[in-house]
Every structure is written in structure tokens, then in C-alpha cells.
Ligand binder design. Structure first.
Ligand SMILES: C[S@@+](CC[C@H](N)C(=O)[O-])C[C@H]1O[C@@H](n2cnc3c(N)ncnc32)[C@H](O)[C@@H]1O
Length: 163
């Protein structure tokens, strides 16, 4: 994404150092000046961005946290959407790409229940006739799931004003 959109800034987030190291090595080697990384737990994300600072949040293949008791740990739970709302611009977009049907359905339900605005939803992204923009950019896990012929679920939405 950073290579495609040189005029925008991108910040990759993960808690695992090895993944941050891999990304940091690539941006150094390829002199990508508009990308950076944060090694943090997503639970603290709102401490790192100011109001209106972010235009899009891409949640790619997060841990699905299937146990009901872990619902608040899902990165698309109401608690997390509230966190994103503290720094997203008013017309900001949240994207979810996942291989996990239950997480996709949980997110769809969460978004509908709260009255957020769905922009795109699909249970099989690569079977869509009209792929949303930038869907050709694949993450490491996405490539693995595609190689295993698993469908990719995708949902994008705007948060309503007050949440
Ligand atoms: C299935 S991998 C997906 C990695 C990458 N986003 C992709 O699409 O290829 C899930 C990642 O989420 C990270 N992760 C899990 N829980 C996290 C949390 N609470 N905060 C930050 N990263 C977390 C893990 O370290 C792991 O790298």
C-alpha cells in the first residue's frame, strides 16, 4: 500500500517483534519513506493517534478469538470500534479481511446492531465480479489461505458519528 500510495503514510501494527523486524527491513532496503511500524498491543492503540489523524484502519486476518469470553479481544468488537473512533476521521473507513466465517459474521452483526454504514461485504472476495480497489494487495496470511483454496471474507464500513 505504501508503495502504491507514496503521498499517504502507513503504519503497520503487530505485537510480534519478528514481524515488525521483517517489515522494517523491507522499508529500509526499498527506501519506502511513507511507512512505519508500531510494536504494540492493539488494546492500547488509542494512545498512539490523535483525533482525526487516521483515514483508514485495515484489520487483516486478526486472531478470531472464538471463545465467547474473549469477545472483547476481537479487533472488531464494539470496544475496539470505540477505540478506532477516537482517532478516525469522520468519513474514515474500517476494513476487515479474514478467513474466519464466525469473525466475519460477528463483525457484520456488530456493525448492523450499532448502525454503522456498510460499504462493501462479501463472503468470497475472489469470486466478486467487481473487486473493491486495492484488493489485489495481499497480506502474508492471505496468500497462505488462498493457496489452501479458502474463501476470503471482506467487510468495509464507516463508523456512525457518535459511538
Ligand atoms: C494471523 S496473523 C496475521 C498477520 C498479518 N496481519 C497478515 O494478514 O498476514 C495475526 C497477527 O496478529 C497479531 N496479534 C494478535 N493479537 C494482537 C494484539 N492484541 N495486538 C497486536 N497484534 C496482535 C499476531 O502477533 C499475529 O502477527
Amino acid at each position: 500500500m505504501a508503495q502504491r500510495y507514496r503521498q499517504k503514510n502507513f503504519i503497520g501494527i503487530d505485537i510480534k517483534g519478528a514481524r515488525i523486524w521483517r517489515g522494517a527491513k523491507t522499508i529500509n532496503e526499498e527506501k519506502i519513506m511513507n511507512a512505519a511500524f508500531l510494536r504494540i498491543r492493539m488494546e492500547t492503540i488509542e494512545k498512539f493517534f490523535a483525533a482525526n489523524e487516521v483515514s483508514e484502519v485495515w484489520i487483516t486476518f486478526p486472531d478470531p478469538q472464538p471463545k465467547e469470553s474473549k469477545e472483547n479481544k476481537r479487533l472488531t468488537s464494539p470496544l475496539f470500534l470505540k477505540r478506532y473512533s477516537t482517532f478516525l476521521q469522520p468519513d474514515g473507513i474500517v476494513h476487515l479481511k479474514t478467513d474466519n466465517k464466525d469473525l466475519y459474521e460477528f463483525t457484520l452483526q456488530t456493525v448492523n446492531d450499532a448502525g454503522h454504514i456498510i460499504l462493501h461485504q462479501t463472503t468470497d472476495l475472489y469470486k466478486e465480479l467487481l473487486m473493491p480497489v486495492d484488493m489485489d494487495i495481499q497480506t502474508t496470511y492471505e496468500k497462505k489461505y488462498l493457496a489452501a483454496k479458502q474463501p476470503i471474507f471482506y467487510l468495509s464500513f464507516r463508523l456512525k458519528k457518535e459511538i
